[in-house]
Design a protein around this ligand. Structure first.
Ligand code: AMP
Ligand code: MG
Length: 314
């Protein structure tokens, strides 16, 4: 589905990063690699640019965006970081942890970034290309996953182009992303409690250990619409906990369960996380009308993998 404007392909080198920065500074959209999945970047302080993100993705306007900055000091100019936020940042930034914090009134962000909420989701990504880009830009970047809303997230440039070719100005090709799952999202509440809004590469136990308290009960789904059931949909029925393929199924294997496509033959959860979306993309493109997925242990990274699989199956 190529639109009338071609999407420029950029390399993750000095020239590519400079070109990406130029496009972003004039309000354009660039798909960028992060350690989690490819993000669709726009200047978060440019209302027209942010509107283009929602447009290109077909994303509902009530679903707020994560803002990416190069370092803690830049985060502190946009949101109020208390002791807990600083501790988490010290442990996990740069890295795949997003913090939902009180928005500063003088942050200067486009209102659509937070969908009008008084809170802001912030992250310092750990990818050399994204880090360089953020430093060149010297400004906040909104970046949801670089795919059409409700489709499987992109972990390669091929995945990005599948739904956004011709709809965005450029993409930086830095190969397959390393983690493969979207960031863990934690909301720090003014009353001292915290909630896990999205499971991800940073485990709940690790966060609880730093904060010295377990999460408060699950928060309402209204606040984090990315948690809506029909996210990550491959467009075919998905059956979980499958030990073998039934007729018409494309099986994603894990450990001793072989399949049409292996998430990890050795049963390595980090490898399975990194390969999960590529597997779902492959399954979506296969001739088989249905998808089956081998059981994934519900521990460590398996919690986040199973969270995404349940949504893919919903
Ligand atoms: P993604 O499309 O993967 O970037 O999803 C971003 C996620 O962050 C979605 O689940 C959003 O609902 C969530 N999010 C962003 N901003 C906020 C916020 N201020 N409060 C709660 N959740 C947020
Ligand atoms: Mg997404």
């Amino acid at each position: 589905m190529t639109g009338k404007n071609a999407t420029e392909m950029l390399q993750p080198d000095g020239a590519g990063i400079a070109r990406a920065a130029e496009i972003l500074q004039r309000g354009g959209l660039v798909a960028v690699p992060t350690e989690t999945v490819y993000g669709l970047a726009a200047r978060a302080d440019n209302a027209d640019a942010v509107a283009r993100i929602y447009n290109a993705k077909g994303r509902p306007s009530f679903n707020p965006l994560i803002v990416h900055v190069a370092e803690l000091a830049a985060a502190a100019r946009l949101a109020r970081l208390d002791d807990r936020a600083e501790k988490l940042a010290a442990h996990f930034w740069p890295g795949p942890l997003t913090l939902v914090l009180p928005l500063r009134e003088d942050a200067g962000l486009a209102g659509a970034v937070t969908a009008g909420l008084p809170t802001l989701a912030l992250r310092v990504p750990d990818h050399p290309t994204m880090q360089s880009l953020l430093r060149v830009l010297d400004g906040p970047v909104a970046a949801p996953s670089a795919n059409a809303s409700e489709t499987v997230s992109p972990t390669s440039v091929d995945h990005v182009l599948k739904t956004l070719d011709g709809r965005i100005d450029a993409v930086i090709d830095a190969g397959a992303t390393q983690r493969g799952l979207e960031s863990t999202i934690v909301a720090l509440r003014p009353d001292g409690s915290w909630n896990l809004l999205r499971a991800g590469p940073v485990g709940t136990e690790a966060i609880a250990a730093v904060l010295g308290s377990p999460p408060a009960g699950a928060s309402s789904g209204v606040e984090a619409p990315g948690q809506l059931e029909r996210h990550y949909a491959p467009g075919k029925p998905v059956r979980l906990d499958a030990r073998s393929a039934r007729e018409g199924e494309f099986l994603l294997g894990f450990a001793s369960v072989g399949g049409d496509w292996q998430l990890s033959g050795s049963g390595d959860l980090a490898e399975a996380a990194a390969r999960l979306y590529a597997g779902l993309h492959a399954a979506a493109e296969a001739n088989a009308p249905r998808i089956a997925v081998a059981p994934i242990p519900d521990e460590g990274l398996g919690v986040a993998i199973n969270d995404r699989l349940r949504r893919a199956a919903a």
